[in-house]
Design a protein around this ligand. Structure first.
Ligand SMILES: Cc1ncc(COP(=O)(O)O)c(C=O)c1O
Length: 461
């Protein structure tokens, strides 16, 4: 079990409030409250500075697949730092990057054999867009630069990735963004348009065909790629309807558009497979990944690219004019290899597949609560949509949503010992994405805490 040093709580709080800038966080929240501070983790749990234990129902931020406090993975990092702490992938290789690239290519579907490392998911998405643009310039279609992505989908925060992200509310401070981001419908069946709301397969066909309509509207000769997650995270876990990805693949092929599977969350066991595209049986041209590849023991991201896309980059004087200093960092690659060893030793993919039904069934018990409208997801990745009226699916207005999510639910769930995400970037949802090692006792703990807190939330409305 990993320990953490004793902290001077007051001093840590003072310094956090004075010097640390938290991401996507309203700092005014801490005018009269402590900054929640997590000091250590063991298995599926983390502990705050007072020693209080929390079930990590979000794997940090969809990251900690193998759970916390694994000393074997930490030791792999230390060994690598001692052997070779750093060398860049600019013109050089190092053994761990080579081994990891080969291993990822072995897991990836079809001819996705070439791995370009980054340090994060945003950089992976950014790289995939740049790679696609340069690819089309190299292959005689220089007008292709646009990218289609789905409403409310999150693909990262750097300028290019933000232009692909489909969340309108996080863009205005940074506009103008790079040109070329185009939105298409997502696969939120609970909120399907009425003309396809009675049939999931028809809804999926409509959502896929909207991609075709967007390509035609924009002009196929201008469209480089479609970016889709296997299960869309933002909005609260939208799985693909049956037939959806097959149809998206056909549409991409028809118009020469690349299909990028953004698997920053969905890869590495989140859905019970190494890649979400395996689960739903489609062949992407590019997979972007990050998060679970290291289970967070060090930062790493990247893209896995098909041989076809790599081919022009292998010719003559050509190079991909792109790179970042810490991409494919030796320590991160060593950690990723050790993390994947844990996957294999403990057969985590089989564990998720064997237990996902029990996870779903446990969460579905919450359907008896009046506030629970929809429970959706796959694998170990679920969203619970909250509604004001179950029968009509009426959602909350902005004011109620603010009071419910920020005012009540987020602090109440945390106080009750469950870390999950209460999110209203689409309709209000709670998201769960626990470590892949979780079993029935953890599912029960999540259900019990959610039952109690959601019942209180309903009374407060
Ligand atoms: C699908 C997807 N793409 C990209 C990103 C951006 O990743 P990062 O935060 O590592 O930059 C995320 C982050 O959650 C994501 O979920």
């Amino acid at each position: 079990m990993s320990g953490a040093p004793a902290y001077d709580h007051a001093r840590l709080q003072e310094a956090a409030k004075r010097h640390l800038w938290l991401h996507f966080t309203r700092h005014s929240t801490f005018d009269d409250a402590d900054v929640p501070t997590i000091v250590r983790g063991v298995g599926q749990y983390v502990f705050d500075q007072h020693g209080k234990r929390y079930l990590d129902g979000l794997s940090g931020l969809f990251v900690s697949q193998i759970g916390h406090g694994r000393t074997d993975v930490a030791e792999a990092a230390a060994r690598q730092a001692a052997e070779l702490a750093y060398y860049p992938l600019w013109s050089y290789a190092h053994p761990r990057a080579v081994e990891l690239a080969e291993r990822l290519a072995g897991y990836a579907p079809g001819d996705l054999n070439r791995v370009f490392f980054t340090t994060s998911g945003s950089e992976a998405v950014e790289s995939a867009w740049k790679m696609a643009k340069q690819y089309f310039k190299l292959t005689g279609e220089p007008s292709r630069y646009k990218v289609l992505s789905r409403y409310i989908a999150y693909h990262g925060t750097t300028h290019g990735a933000l232009a692909i992200t489909g969340l309108p509310d996080i863009k205005p401070p940074f506009e103008p963004l790079p040109a070329g981001g185009v939105r298409v419908p997502n696969t939120n069946f609970y909120r399907a348009p009425s003309f396809v709301a009675d049939d999931l397969t028809r809804f999926g066909a409509w959502a896929a065909d909207e991609i075709e309509r967007a390509i035609l509207r924009e002009g196929p000769e201008t469209v480089a790629a479609v970016f889709v997650e296997p299960v869309q995270n933002s909005g609260g876990c939208f799985p693909p309807p049956p037939g959806y990805f097959g149809r998206v693949r056909e549409i991409c092929d028809r118009y020469g558009v690349l299909l990028v599977s953004d698997e920053v969350i969905c890869a590495f066991g989140r859905l019970g497979y190494m890649f979400g595209s395996d689960r739903y049986g489609y062949q992407p041209d590019v997979i972007t990944f990050a998060k679970g590849v290291t289970s967070g023991y060090a930062p790493l991201g990247g893209m896995i690219v098909s041989d076809r896309l790599m081919e022009p980059y292998l010719r003559d004087e050509t190079s991909f004019l792109h790179g970042v200093t810490f991409a494919g960092h030796p320590v991160s690659c060593a950690v990723a290899l050790a993390n994947l060893d844990v996957f294999e030793k403990e057969d985590l993919l089989a564990h998720v597949r064997a237990n996902e039904g029990a996870f779903r069934a446990t969460l579905e018990k919450l359907h008896d609560l009046p506030i629970v409208g929809d429970i959706r997801g796959d694998g170990y990745f679920y969203g619970i949509e909250m509604v004001r009226d179950k029968a009509t699916r009426e959602t909350f207005d902005d004011d109620e949503s603010e009071r419910l999510l920020r005012g009540f639910l987020s602090p109440a769930l945390y106080d009750a010992g469950l870390i999950c995400r209460a999110d209203d970037r689409g309709d209000p949802v709670i998201q769960l994405s626990p470590p892949l090692t979780c079993g029935q006792e953890h599912f029960d703990e999540m259900e019990q805490i959610l039952r109690s807190v959601l019942s209180q939330a309903w009374q407060q409305l």
